[in-house]
Design a protein around this ligand. Structure first.
Ligand code: NAD
Length: 352
């Protein structure tokens, strides 16, 4: 196994690994550990070049530092990528080698599930390193993060309603929710329990029909969902849904959902502000899953009551973000970054 460090400005440690025996070619990026060890998922993709993989892992690791700083998880940010086609390259030997690679950082980086990596894959990694989170509840780990992400989103929708409409009460609010998957499906139910009128859509129409029959949601075709008048739009499917084409069509006053990378580009945050639409920054509102995972690392181990107590603080994080956006006259996504940077800076000062 050949592990090589690459010097990257503003990153604490970036290492590549090539292991001929197993075919592993991977990169781990540790962005910042001021607030704690760097937690971030492991993804596997057929990147065309090592540079493409490096760009991705650096961007994602930095994003995790910001997400954890705002969510106050007591953790830093990192990420790992395995270069290769998950359909053909996965093997026991590959994940054992990846486990040794993670272990070589001595706990500076803690891994978790991400794109194309499953719990069984991580269970193999776990045989070589203890620095793995998000395994099954039965094994003492925190289990499936999606219900916790959904709960955190509900708290975030309520805080956003308070900012936009003066009350966190969702009774009679009209919500359009795109993407009734693991998180969105659960969030739709939670919103309805709070008295909201929920209209759902998904490219998987079978799922939509089943949920509508079970819970009495209204349904709209995915292609037409932006034409439905609503108070709150909850994107819970995919990234880049808010872009030049969709912004003029929006009929909502608040955007608050679980999807990652909601804004196609940073500048779209300005466009939303100009249109008077409040945007709950994705990595703030969808932090319930990582907060849940972070509780595994507390001295007493995972505790669901403590996890929920911490996830409920997403409301306070968003209130702070909205206050900064008002004070600085900047889009909310920028305000979230500013809050993260202030917390990282304060952490650095308290260490030195
Ligand atoms: P999922 O795969 O379970 O659900 C996604 C749903 O969106 C599916 O039902 C799918 O059919 C639908 N969908 C996909 N593309 C669509 C499109 N173009 N139009 C309409 N519907 C479409 O995923 P999930 O775990 O629920 O995650 C949803 C989003 O939330 C993703 O962006 C994910 O990155 C983000 N997120 C998830 C978590 C988590 O804990 N699972 C945490 C943070 C962020």
């Amino acid at each position: 196994m050949n592990i090589t460090e690459i010097k990257v400005e503003n990153y604490e440690k970036v290492v590549t690994c090539k292991d001929e025996a197993s075919g592993l070619h991977a990169i781990i990026a540790v962005h910042d550990t001021t607030l704690g060890p760097a937690l971030g998922g492991m993804r596997m993709l057929p990147y065309k070049t090592e540079q493409e993989a490096l760009d991705d892992v650096l961007r994602l690791a930095r994003g995790m530092s910001y997400k954890s700083a705002v969510a106050d998880t007591g953790l830093g940010g990192g990420k790992s990528v395995i270069i290769g086609d998950p359909k053909t390259l996965k093997s026991e030997a590959l994940f054992l080698a990846m486990g040794r690679f993670v272990e070589s950082l001595g706990g500076l980086y803690i891994t978790a599930e991400d794109m194309n990596i499953t719990i069984p894959d991580l269970e193999i990694v776990r045989r070589e390193t203890s620095h793995v989170t998000g395994l099954s509840r039965a094994s003492g780990s925190s289990g499936n993060p999606s219900p916790y992400t959904a709960h955190g989103c509900l708290v975030g929708v309520q805080a956003s309603a308070e900012e936009a409409f003066g009350s966190p009460d969702l009774n009679d609010n009209r919500v359009v929710l795109q993407g009734v998957g693991a998180v969105g499906g659960r969030l739709a139910i939670l919103l309805k329990e709070q008295g909201a009128h929920v209209t759902i859509c998904d490219i998987n129409t079978e799922k939509v029909e089943r949920l509508a029959a079970e819970h009495g949601f209204d349904v709209v075709d995915d292609a037409n969902h932006l034409d439905v008048d609503c108070d709150i739009y909850a994107p819970c499917a995919r990234g880049a849904g808010i872009n030049d084409e969709t912004i003029p069509r929006l009929k909502c006053k608040v955007i608050a959902g679980c999807a990652n990378n909601v804004l196609a580009e940073e500048r779209h945050g300005f466009d939303l502000r100009e249109r008077g639409i409040l945007y709950a920054p994705d990595y703030v509102i969808n932090a319930g899953g990582i907060i849940n995972v972070s509780v595994e690392l507390l001295p007493g181990g995972y505790d669901e009551v403590e996890a929920m107590r911490r996830i409920n603080r997403i409301g306070e994080a968003l209130r702070q973000v909205y206050a900064i956006a008002r004070e600085e006259n900047i889009p909310t996504a920028e305000a979230a970054d500013l809050l993260a940077e202030r917390r990282l800076e304060a952490g650095k000062k308290s260490v030195s």
